[in-house]
Design a protein around this ligand. Structure first.
Ligand code: FES
Ligand SMILES: [Fe+2]
Length: 418
């Protein structure tokens, strides 16, 4: 079945056809309609390029992109593809430079992506050279429109993307404002390849239901339990989300009752070093599990005091890279910094919680193989209107994510009257 034949099975988005995770041809359509569509993509943090000439290489969907700070301190993003014959221009993860020179024929670009040098432009000894009609100003790198919000760098390929603050929307702006209220210090990076479709991971971050079940270590040692007060806030288009729960807001008896059939809370397990899950309420919100996803490519994460962005980099229909940028604040006390570093054991490729999210992505991709005609069931939280949820035991935000996906991909519902 090709893209043109795809029809969504239900108007309430409570079924997801497994073919959307299995069709290799969807990858290119998603790149065109979503990642190069009228939305904003997370590229990085201003703290990664604090000085004139600093740059990073990052991704906009499956496209390698350079983000650079020019000498006038303005920020620029351009496709990392030489305008001559397409060579990957910048091969480092980060650096500082006055200009970028392609390894192949040494075309040279400035910090804003404009072409400033072509070797042998006029040929040698009267022979060779570019035609008179060749103008360097016609052959700069492909530029993205860049904007920043609270020192977070976003870009779009699309001329008609709404303004960045409208795209992010108020509840997510509030989250980002709090997280980036102070000067940030980058602590490090990890990255991992997950052998599953990228949308499985976006489902996972919109899925409050799994968090109190899959992540048994977090549940056992108090990072997050479904019995705590919590919820999932959605944006105006039901595509982004903020999930949070109030730390230790359940009582021991309620959580033991809720989990009595599962049993691990009764096990008397103790951590030799409980500081891994230590939580300092640095924002005065008493939320140890507090995450924000902006569709399609970034998760902002505060788990205990581990702060990170996770960038989704789709590679092909059954593989994506997850790129983690860990940070703290310049004014962190040594004790708080130490807590952050210990909390980082919860997340990343091998983290006590995050390892499980990567693994279920792999397991879903394995399980659905051969099941392209089948559908997943997304009914937890009910089939009512899609909107903000005042519980984490819900899959309603996943239905919102798919509604938005279908709109962007122009996938019709099989029977709109249903
Ligand atoms: S491909 Fe870059 S200079 Fe030729
Ligand atoms: Fe998870």
């Amino acid at each position: 079945m090709g893209m043109d034949d795809l029809r969504w099975p239900r108007a309430d988005y409570s079924r997801v056809p497994y073919s959307v995770f299995l069709d290799p041809a969807l990858h290119a359509v998603e790149q065109e309609r979503i990642f190069r569509g009228p939305i904003w993509l997370y590229l990085g943090l201003e703290a990664e390029i604090p000085n004139p000439g600093d740059y990073i290489t990052t991704f906009a969907g499956d496209t390698s992109v350079v983000v650079a700070r020019a000498d006038d301190r303005s920020i620029h993003a351009f496709v990392n593809r030489c305008a001559h014959r397409g060579t990957l221009l910048v091969r480092n993860q980060h650096g500082n430079t006055k200009d970028f020179t392609c390894v192949y024929h040494h075309w040279c670009y400035d910090q804003k992506g404009d072409l400033i040098g072509v070797p042998f432009l006029r040929g040698l000894k009267g022979k060779g050279g570019m035609p008179k009609s060749f103008k360097m100003s016609d052959h700069g790198l492909q530029k993205l429109r860049v904007d920043t919000y609270a020192s977070v760098i976003f870009a779009t390929f699309h001329p008609e993307a709404e303004d960045l603050t409208t795209f992010i929307d108020a509840p997510m702006c509030e989250y980002i404002d709090r997280m980036f209220a102070k000067p940030v210090e980058i602590l490090g990076y990890t990255r991992q390849r997950i052998p599953g479709n990228w949308k499985l991971y976006v489902e996972n971050t919109h899925d409050g239901y799994h968090a109190g079940l899959l992540h048994q270590m977090s549940t056992t040692f108090g990072l997050f339990r479904a019995t705590e007060d919590g919820g999932i806030t959605l944006d105006k288009d039901n595509r982004h989300e903020v999930t949070s729960s109030v730390h230790s807001s359940d009582d021991v008896k309620a959580s033991k009752d809720a989990y009595k059939d599962i049993g691990w809370l009764e096990g008397g397990l103790k951590l030799k070093d409980p500081s891994v899950f230590e939580y300092v309420d640095e924002y005065g919100i008493n939320k140890a599990a507090n995450l924000c996803t902006l569709f399609p490519n970034v998760i902002f994460q505060q788990l205990s005091n581990s702060l990170a962005t996770r960038q989704i980099r789709p590679r092909k229909w059954n593989e994506f890279e997850l790129y983690w940028t860990y940070f703290g604040y310049k004014d962190d006390s040594p004790a708080l910094r130490n807590t952050r570093m210990k909390n980082a054991n919860i997340v990343g490729a091998a983290g006590y919680s995050s390892m499980e999210d990567g693994e279920v992505g792999r397991l879903c991709q394995l399980g659905i193989q051969g099941g392209g005609a089948e559908q997943s069931v997304v009914e937890m939280g009910g089939l009512g209107p899609i909107g903000t949820q005042y519980t984490t035991v819900t899959e309603v935000p996943i239905r919102g994510m798919w509604h938005n996906y279908c709109q962007m991909m122009r996938i019709p519902v099989v029977n709109a009257a249903e």
